[in-house]
Design a binder for this molecule. Structure first.
Ligand SMILES: Nc1nc2c(c(=O)[nH]1)N[C@H]1C(S)=C(S)[C@@H](COP(=O)(O)O)O[C@H]1N2
Ligand SMILES: [Mo]
Length: 429
């Protein structure tokens, strides 16, 4: 009986990718996966940190920088996004989006290097193995979900029916947790691979000296390797070259100048302005239903505060002490552009409205509805002397698409808080 049990075997793997011989690339192995994983980890760390920071700066649930005035407590992430240096969010978001694109070839190479695992046979060996596979589903699924939604979103294209900010945020939480667990579990394998082969030594081998890593049961190295057609450093060069190409096609939207023309992966062909107003428009007035009649001579800025309500025509605003500054608009989608804005400092409105030091400012647009039609600014953001209700840009009146008659410009805030077509400002504590 005992010997019968010992003789019992699971049926062998079906023909195809579940058979070890199916995967024959001589480059696969613990060292290659460790190196790709280590490089990817550096990039993913940058993307993750800038992503969570961006969420803190942008997050609708954070009272002060809110798209809607709610003050749900979100624990340690509850802080006011600073206004210094003015390019802070442009840098944060430029890194988040550019490094995200740069990581794509590395992510694909990393997934390629471990793909035999997807077809592991038997699919489940033990309860622990099942747990490991479920956690890998979170890791790989999370990575694919984050990259696909992020990349589609920066094209200002929203084909889905869920809230991108929330989905990308919760996706990030799941992905980050699975990644931390994965790194902890894999550190011993990586150390073993680096100790056996050196961290960079295999990159010195040319094609003629490229040998497969020794095959181990359940390992990634092939049991029946084919002759190499590419060295490991050739593979790395291919991945690095693709990443560099993606960097060139993305970074220009943040760096600007002639590089902007190369930023082919930035949203393109969208509306812009003419003359001094010729820079990227996120949403045109027409697209959100703001009519030229609403922004004509009858427009008034409604200012509410402890001393009551006033309605100020544009002429009155232009006669106030105006301030001019070079400040960026930095969109969450990664593009940014620095322009010369002229307008009334928000602190002047706080004085006019009789608002006390800690009062926050709630801004509403002529635009009806939608998360982008309002914002809440913290007292610190209001009292930065560079924070403006901008009336002019680059020496001329704002174009209607850039927010005429008046828009918010606050240094270092995500573009989404720079509300266009301002109708009403309310100070309250
Ligand atoms: N009322 C209103 N204000 C708005 C928006 C909007 O859709 N409606 N878009 C915001 C976003 S997401 C950005 S990035 C900036 C872009 O400003 P621009 O279109 O002048 O470049 O405006 C912000 N202000
Ligand atoms: Mo934006």
């Amino acid at each position: 009986m005992a010997s019968r049990l010992r003789d019992f075997r699971l049926p062998g793997p079906p023909p195809g990718p579940a058979r070890p011989e199916f995967w024959s690339s001589p480059l696969r192995g613990a060292w290659l996966t460790s190196l790709l994983g280590s490089l990817l980890l550096v990039l993913i760390t940058v993307v993750t940190v800038t992503g969570f920071l961006s969420h803190a700066a942008y997050n609708p649930a954070l009272g002060h920088n809110a798209l809607v005035p709610v003050s749900r407590d979100v624990g340690f992430l509850r802080f006011d996004w600073p206004t210094h240096p003015s390019w802070l969010y442009a840098l944060n978001q430029g890194l988040h989006v550019t490094v995200g694109f740069v990581a794509v070839p590395l992510l694909l190479a990393k997934l390629w290097s471990v793909i035999p695992r997807l077809f592991a046979w038997p699919p489940v060996r033990s309860p622990l193995h099942l747990l490991e596979r479920i956690s890998l589903a979170g890791l790989v699924g999370g990575a694919l979900f984050q990259f696909v939604t992020g990349i589609i979103n920066v094209q200002i294209f929203y084909p889905w029916h869920f809230d991108f900010v929330q989905a990308h945020y919760y996706g990030a939480v799941v992905f980050t947790a699975s990644l931390i667990a994965h790194v902890i579990v894999k550190v011993p394998t990586m150390r073993r691979a680096y100790r056996a082969r050196g961290v960079l030594a295999p990159l010195r081998e040319d094609l003629a000296h490229t040998r497969p890593e020794p095959a181990e049961a359940g390992g990634l190295a092939p049991s029946a390797p084919s002759p190499p057609t590419l060295s490991r450093r050739g593979l790395l060069a291919l991945v690095g070259g693709s990443s560099a190409g993606l960097a060139v096609m993305t970074a220009g939207q943040s760096i600007g100048g002639p590089l902007r023309q190369l930023a082919l992966l930035a949203p393109h062909g969208g509306p812009s302005g003419s003359g001094p107003n010729d820079f990227q428009v996120n949403k045109t007035a027409q697209s959100v239903g703001v009519q030229t009649t609403q922004v004509g001579p009858d427009w008034r800025l409604e200012l509410h505060g402890p001393v009551g309500t006033v309605a100020l025509p544009r002429q009155t605003l232009l006669a106030l002490d105006l301030h001019t500054d070079h400040l960026p608009i930095a969109c969450v989608e990664g593009w940014s552009t620095t322009q010369r804005w002229t307008g009334v400092p928000l602190a002047a409105f706080a004085r006019m409205a009789g608002a006390r030091g800690e009062a926050t400012l709630f801004v509403e647009s002529l635009q009806r509805g939608g998360a982008f039609s309002q914002t809440t600014l913290s007292a610190e953001q209001v009292h930065d002397p560079r924070s403006l209700l901008a009336l002019r840009v680059n020496g001329v009146d704002l174009s209607i698409d850039h927010g005429f008659p008046a828009r918010i410009i606050v240094p270092a805030l995500p573009g989404v808080h720079n509300t266009k077509w301002v109708a009403r400002m309310t100070f309250s504590t």
